[in-house]
Design a protein around this ligand. Structure first.
Ligand code: ADP
Ligand code: MG
Length: 694
């Protein structure tokens, strides 16, 4: 998705070379900043603003403070040492109150920029006071030319630059371009649609003027908000259109089931009762499956909240109605696990279960004829054909796989798939229903941006008796203690995971190698049987290892994060995560969700030698917080949306002004602007009800 408003037309689409003073060399430098057109230039966002109406006298500088000051160059010099491999360049500035020493190490080229007698603006952190000194400050020589007013006596924008491009030149270019073309900037949607609470936001043209040359920082922020809104509106537009395309389809396949013909015996044999949250969500799903449009629903729930059982019941509704179901999982291990679980669950009901992964293709075992027919009477003719469950990975997406009478598509752990893959699977049927399940809760702003076309169901309750996973952080010096703890669990007949970051040693020993680690763990936990699992193993071997772990033949699984999603072995109670600082918080939360799934409480030991306060603070979030939503928020704040969603997430826009951490109100506003599409009335649109975040 492109976050740009729309294709610029007219002069905004001109290449920058059309501008006076922009030759080939400058155009190349601008291109390095992503600036190719006039519009790109006008959207070049200042890094910060300097209040050049107020300079701090040199005599009033404070140590440790970032300050803006000015003075005249009274002396300068370049010293080189260590055979000219090192250098120190120093400039001494003076005003009426004192002298400031500005220093640059190993930047001899700085000498070119100054002459004695120059008046210079300096911004930097004050390193010392006796005498006042700054290291590597940002500087700009004041030139008393006709354009000085652009650079001084105002809130002055400071832009991201590239080598060879002077701050002053770029600022003047933007000033002139705004004067020349600022009026050509049109609002992409009528201002009358601006929600009441955002009436203070300017027009787009005004926003561009305020972005670059605001009178107050508040104006600069309003400009940012306006331009962010202009990024969010087309994103919401795309989501809305995707949804409307679906609703235009004449009718949805009737998949609401057949009075629990299969669900009732399924639940009876399950061994536990559904939680209230599960029951509520299933009611929502059933309503959709019997509704006029194909379901488009996102199921959000914390790790261990029991999404799989919900998926099973939803699948049985469709199968009761005579339609088949596809269940797509992100990894072979998870697909295999689903296959074996669903076979146990659905086999006795006579529902055939298929498996299709990159390396395995399993057709259902022949079932007694009578059982088959009772399971799923074919709807329209085709008496021999049975509604089935197709479990698989991406392999389900390939062209040669056909999924006859597809009524429902379920995608597990959606954050591993892109929108395109989701839609590819949906297109295998004639507008089947869609249920998307997330691995980890997603913060609201992200949910609105990525899944704004889906309705949301929330599993906000864990199965009863589930104790939170006790989590603590240990250093590798404490590993003997950690292994003793693990041995105690193993001695009590339980199982353990040891998670390492990667398959191979990459960063010279920093990231532990799972293969080396395996030998060490085996040593430390002798005589308990330990096995190794990672993504590079052949599929058959992976499945054998998982199976051995599931049955308890193996006590300890040393693994890469391939077990991150969905793996469910109730007897595993303790997890040790090595080099924990290399993982994202949401991922660690997901990982530790693998333990404490049975009656025994789970325990997670994060082993990390990270010393930085940030790294320690991050891991502490996990010690203190159990709530997946709060952890996802923290991860979003700390690492940004990319980390949270994983590499594969396509469809994540690059935003210049919008901020997925802070701009919740703007994203909501963009939704409303798109959905109303006409001047606002006083009424809330009903279309947003029951959708993401509403
Ligand atoms: P997730 O939401 O992380 O995918 P799962 O669906 O794998 O979670 O469920 C976690 C575990 O909880 C499974 O072992 C499942 O059988 C069990 N479970 C699910 N629902 C309930 C319930 N209502 N009562 C007790 N256990 C449940
Ligand atoms: Mg799951």
């Amino acid at each position: 998705m492109d976050a740009k408003t729309s294709e610029p037309a007219g002069p905004l689409a001109f290449p920058v070379t059309e501008l006076r003073g922009v030759g080939r060399e400058r155009a190349e430098q601008l291109a390095r900043l992503g600036i190719r057109t006039v519009e790109d230039l006008l959207l070049h966002r200042p890094r910060r603003y300097e209040d050049r109406r107020h300079f701090r006298p040199i005599g009033q500088l404070q140590v440790g403070e970032a300050a803006l000051t000015r003075g005249r160059v009274i002396a300068m010099g370049l010293k080189t040492f260590r055979r000219r491999t090192r250098s120190l360049f120093e400039v001494v500035l003076e005003d009426e109150t004192g002298r400031l020493y500005c220093r640059w190490w190993n930047s001899p080229f700085m000498e070119r920029y100054f002459r004695v007698g120059d008046e210079v603006v300096v911004y930097g952190k004050v390193r010392a006071l006796r005498p006042p000194a700054m290291d590597h400050p940002e500087t700009e020589v004041i030139e008393g030319d006709a354009e000085a007013f652009i650079h001084f006596d105002r809130l002055t924008p400071v832009y991201p630059l590239t080598e060879g491009l002077p701050q002053r030149w770029l600022r003047a270019l933007i000033w002139r371009t705004l004067a020349q073309y600022g009026e050509a900037v049109a609002d992409p949607w009528p201002r009358s649609q601006l929600p009441a609470e955002l009436q203070h936001l300017p027009t787009r043209a005004q926003a561009l003027r305020w972005l670059h040359f605001p009178d107050t920082l508040e104006q600069a922020e309003w400009a940012r908000q306006r331009l962010a809104l202009d990024e969010f509106v087309p994103l919401q537009q795309a989501l809305w259109e995707r949804r409307r395309r679906f609703e235009r389809v004449a009718t949805a396949l009737p998949c609401a089931g057949d009075r629990n013909r299969l669900i009732k015996p399924f639940l009876a044999r399950l061994g536990f009762r559904l939680t209230e949250a599960q029951t509520r969500v299933l009611r929502e799903i059933r309503r959709d499956l019997g509704g006029p449009w194909p379901m488009r629903r996102l199921l959000q729930g914390d790790v261990g909240s029991g999404k799989t059982v919900v998926a099973a019941c939803a699948a049985l509704m469709a199968i009761e109605s005579g339609y088949s179901v596809a269940l797509m999982a992100p990894t072979e291990i998870l697909a295999e696990q689903h296959y074996s679980v669903f076979q146990q669950w659905f086999g006795p009901l006579g529902v055939p279960v298929w498996l299709r992964t990159g390396s395995r293709k399993i057709e259902p075992l022949p079932v007694e004829g009578s059982a088959r027919r009772s399971a799923s009477g074919a709807p329209q003719g085709e008496p021999g054909e049975l509604a089935a469950l197709y479990v698989g990975t991406h392999a389900l997406l390939t062209g040669e796989v056909s999924l006859p009478r597809l009524g429902l598509v379920i995608i597990d752990e959606q954050h591993k798939f892109g929108v395109t893959q989701r839609e590819t699977l949906v297109r295998k049927g004639r507008h089947p229903h869609l249920l998307v399940m997330t691995a980890t809760p997603i913060p609201r702003t992200l949910a609105l941006t990525l899944y704004g076309d889906l309705d949301v169901s929330l599993l906000d309750q864990l199965p009863p008796g589930r104790k939170p996973v006790r989590t603590c952080v240990r250093s590798s010096a404490q590993l003997p203690e950690v292994w003793a703890r693990v041995r105690a669990e193993l001695a009590a007949g339980r199982q353990a995971y040891v998670v390492c970051p990667r398959v191979e040693d990459t960063d010279a020993g920093v990231v532990r190698a799972v293969e080396k680690e395996f030998a060490r763990v085996q040593q430390a936990l002798r005589p308990y049987p330990v096995a190794l699992l990672h993504g590079r193993l052949p599929a058959r071997q992976k499945e054998q290892v998982m199976e051995a772990f599931r049955t308890g033949a193996i006590s300890v699984l040393v693994s890469t994060p391939v077990i991150e999603v969905g793996v469910d072995v109730p007897r595993a109670t303790v997890m040790v995560i090595l080099s924990a600082e290399t993982f994202g918080l949401a991922q660690l939360h997901q990982l530790r969700g693998r333990v404490g799934r049975g009656a025994q409480p789970g325990e997670c030991i994060l082993v990390s030698d990270a010393r930085t306060p940030e790294a320690r603070a991050r891991l502490r979030v996990l010690e203190e917080t159990r709530d997946g939503f709060a952890i996802a928020e923290a991860d979003l704040q700390l690492r940004g949306p990319g980390e949270l969603l994983g590499q594969q997430q396509s469809g994540m826009p690059r935003l210049r002004f919008g901020d997925l951490v802070r701009d919740h109100a703007l994203i909501e506003a963009a939704r409303r602007i798109v959905r109303e599409g006409a001047p606002r009335s006083d009424q809330e649109p009903s279309a947003t009800r029951n959708s993401v975040g509403s």
